[in-house]
Write a protein that binds this ligand. Structure first.
Ligand code: PLP
Length: 396
């Protein structure tokens, strides 16, 4: 059967791919340590699970409205008000099957074929694919470690064109762990105002910031830009609910309505039972402090270990749960693989450690390691990496 050009152009997610390979090796009995998955190792809180079990028992197992159940939409609006002081009416909130479709529907709602979407790189793996699937084109905005991976407005400005429809902002950031500062965001908001493009603000890691870093919720900080902002979020990372598939978009009514219509035709509605679980997570004020404190301990430990390896240099991430070490100094030296992709493959094959190469994020020369895994795994995994890299290091 014919396969469409759009589908033939899809690059499978390398993060999922690496994690799958790690799982396969594990099934074969290999002792693999995976830093590849962007997934909390914590279990979903019991109270959240119980809310889902109660929903099943009560027979809450039928279709819901295409924008989600009213109580959850209201709970999201209340949560945004309470946490960030930003006001959304419940009918400006659309509950989706987690963050991925929320972003896709938002892009579909605003982009015409041939439009351009500004994308700071490194960039999370699915952004460019989703932009392409709606017929638009990603325009990469370079960022670098020296400037804390901030999408500097003076690098964004020359890339704006008459076709620019949106910019995707991710703070805290996957894969770099950057937390965008006020000045950076302010410059971008001003550009969006001048040129009339939308701000798609993916704040999925907003609850995970460290070292006193402050997460800025974009519509809360720039209420005057609200009509151009789509706020995207999800229960996946915050509440360790990746498998439940519940997220949301908060947007002005015409966009929220368009996202609802798209979802109505493409997915019907998000899972009814998972919506009840999400409702509980938001209304019972599940305490996240211990989880975040544990990520913080692991973050410092992992980055410390990585920086002890000669030829590896890793800045301290300020948010999310990823370290993004620079391995360029090692590549191609003393028998080391020439690319970060080949290095990641060698780490998996020979050291049985799964990491994601920077190539997945349009940034070769780096590796992404998730520290949403146990301290023991981090200790053992970084020791294996150090051992595998040691022979190359001597010759750097
Ligand atoms: N946005 C970012 C930056 C992510 O890292 C992820 C998941 O890795 C998502 C969105 C989507 O997550 P989900 O669809 O599980 O909500």
């Amino acid at each position: 059967m014919h396969l469409s050009e759009a589908v033939r152009g899809i690059t499978p997610s390398m993060t999922i791919g690496m994690d799958d390979r790690a799982r396969q090796l594990r099934r074969q009995g290999v002792d693999v340590i995976s830093f590849a998955a962007g997934e909390p190792d914590f279990d979903t809180p019991d109270a959240v699970k119980n809310a889902a079990i109660a929903a099943i028992r009560e027979g809450f197992t039928k279709y819901t409205g295409p924008a989600g159940i009213p109580e959850l939409r209201a709970a999201v609006a209340a949560h945004l008000k309470e946490t960030y002081g930003v006001t959304y009416a419940p009918d400006e909130i659309v509950i989706t099957a987690a963050g991925k479709p929320a972003l896709y529907f938002a892009l579909q709602a605003i982009c015409e074929p041939g439009d351009e979407v500004l994308l700071p790189i490194p960039a999370w793996v699915s952004y460019a694919e989703q932009v392409r699937l709606v017929g638009a084109r990603s325009v990469f905005v370079p960022t670098d470690a020296a400037s804390g991976w901030q999408p500097l407005p003076d690098r964004v400005a020359p890339l704006v064109s008459s076709r620019t429809r949106a910019i995707i902002l991710t703070s805290p950031h996957n894969p770099t762990g950057a937390v965008y500062d006020r000045e950076t965001l302010d410059g971008i908001v001003r550009l969006s105002e001048r040129h009339g493009f939308a701000l798609l603000s993916d704040e999925i890691y907003g609850s995970m910031v460290y070292d006193g870093a402050h997460h800025i919720c974009v519509p809360a900080e720039w209420p005057s830009a609200r009509d151009r902002i789509v706020l995207l979020n999800s229960m996946s990372k915050t509440y360790a609910m990746t498998g439940w598939r519940i997220g949301y978009a908060a947007a002005p009514r015409p966009i929220a309505g368009a996202i609802t219509d798209l979802q109505g035709h493409l997915a019907g509605n998000p899972n009814s039972i998972a919506q009840k679980a999400a409702l509980h997570a938001l209304t019972a004020h599940v305490d996240l402090r211990e989880m975040v404190a544990e990520y913080d301990r692991r973050r410092r430990f992992m980055v410390g270990r990585l920086n002890e390896i000669a030829g590896v240099s890793c800045g301290m991430p300020r948010g999310a749960f990823y370290a993004f070490p620079d391995v360029q100094e090692l590549l191609g030296r003393g028998g080391a693989p020439a690319t970060s992709l080949a290095l990641a493959e060698r780490l998996l094959d020979e050291a049985h450690v799964a990491v994601v190469p920077g190539e997945a994020f349009e940034s070769p020369g780096f590796l992404r390691l998730s520290y949403a895994t146990s301290m023991e795994c981090i200790r053992e995994g970084t020791a294996r990496i150090a051992k595998l890299l040691a022979p190359y290091v001597v010759r750097v």
